[in-house]
Design a protein around this ligand. Structure first.
Ligand SMILES: Nc1nc2c(ncn2[C@@H]2O[C@H](COP(=O)(O)OP(=O)(O)OP(=O)(O)O)[C@@H](O)[C@H]2O)c(=O)[nH]1
Ligand SMILES: [Mg+2]
Length: 320
């Protein structure tokens, strides 16, 4: 198995797309093979510009990503795309639609599009996303776009694996109100009102601008609000330019490093929680732990003290 993983990593570095596809399946599944693969390829990762695209279902994210790929390819950069649906356990209609829509680019060797399955919980899906990005980077993609469906907390966790997050809205959907209410205005680095050909686009854009003025933004970055027609590619040069501006801001302000640190912290928390969870499950099967359970059932020990005992056993220091 190790020899096999060695072959896969060498083939990825040599630019073999089939090896990349296999590697993505391995990191999606997680477990020791994924860890081993990441260990090998981690030194070659960390080089891409990561762009998150998020927004409610049907606002035109995939169409926008498609148009953005065309824009980025005009500049000659290689693009990898991960389409993640954290809420659906199925690789259902939306994802299939994405594949068909982006088919034009599948003939282009410098574009790689992949939909990621859900791992059952958002944290796990975010973990798989981090590793999938690393595989794409090791292969040589210079820009990686992460599309997530929806605007809930779990989608945001995944969108925030990116350096620059684009929040996509459409006219008259009331999305902007929802966005303000749920506090997600703060995570958008760039706001795009797509379907600019429909009535109400400029009204929606001014509403977003207005609420951004009122919002307490976490940094000195003033998020631009752009109107696009993804279906025709209108507004794409402006979106790509705004991404470049944001990148410059992140670098000049030192926030790029700060953001990457915050992401590593989130990833480590999730990884350790994952390990602890499986460790705990294995330990609970041991007979002396079964004895501990019996003590609680017999009301000789309370659950809090029992949990502290377990922590002591698992981590040695009571976990504090
Ligand atoms: N009028 C108009 N329709 C658009 C535009 N962009 C996308 N659409 C249409 O909107 C619908 C949804 O587009 P998608 O790109 O699949 O939207 P999505 O946000 O990726 O959808 P999910 O992945 O299902 O959340 C499709 O029928 C598109 O053709 C646009 O600029 N104008
Ligand atoms: Mg989509």
């Amino acid at each position: 198995m190790e020899a096999n993983l060695e072959t896969i990593s060498n083939e990825i570095l040599a630019g073999n797309r089939r090896a990349l596809a296999r590697a993505l399946t391995i990191v999606e599944d997680g477990g020791p093979e994924a860890s081993s693969l990441v260990r090998r390829l981690f030194p070659y990762s960390g080089r891409a510009q990561l762009i998150g695209v998020t927004g409610s279902p049907g606002v035109g994210k995939s169409t926008l990503v498609d148009a953005l790929i065309a824009e980025i390819r005009r500049g000659g950069l290689k693009v990898g795309v991960l389409a993640v649906d954290p809420t659906s356990p199925f690789t259902g209609g939306a994802i299939l639609g994405d594949r068909i829509r982006m088919q034009e680019h599948t003939l282009d060797r410098n574009v790689f599009i992949r939909s990621m399955a859900n791992r059952g919980h958002a944290g796990g899906t975010a973990l798989a996303t981090y590793d999938a990005v690393r595989m794409l980077e090791a292969f040589g993609y210079e820009v990686v776009i992460i599309e997530t469906v929806g605007v809930g907390q779990s989608e945001l966790a995944i969108a925030q694996t990116a350096d620059t997050t684009i929040l996509v809205l459409m006219p008259g959907s009331g999305d902007e109100i929802q966005a303000i209410k749920s506090g997600i205005m703060e995570i958008g680095d760039i706001f795009v009102v797509n379907k600019g050909d429909l009535p109400g686009a400029s009204k929606t854009a001014s509403e977003v601008m207005h609420s951004l003025e009122l919002a307490k933004l976490p940094t000195a970055w003033k998020p631009p609000v752009l109107i696009t027609v993804a279906e025709t590619g209108e507004g794409m040069p402006e979106v790509w330019a705004a991404i470049g501006e944001h990148r410059k801001f992140l670098e000049a302000s030192g926030l790029l490093v700060e953001r990457r640190k915050a992401k590593v912290q989130a990833e480590l928390e999730e990884l350790v929680a994952d390990m602890a969870r499986s460790n705990l499950k294995a330990s609970l099967a041991h007979s002396h732990i079964q004895d501990l359970l019996a003590l609680v059932v017999g009301r000789e020990l309370d659950p809090h003290s029992a949990a502290e005992g377990l922590m002591q056993e698992l981590f040695g220091n009571g976990g504090r």
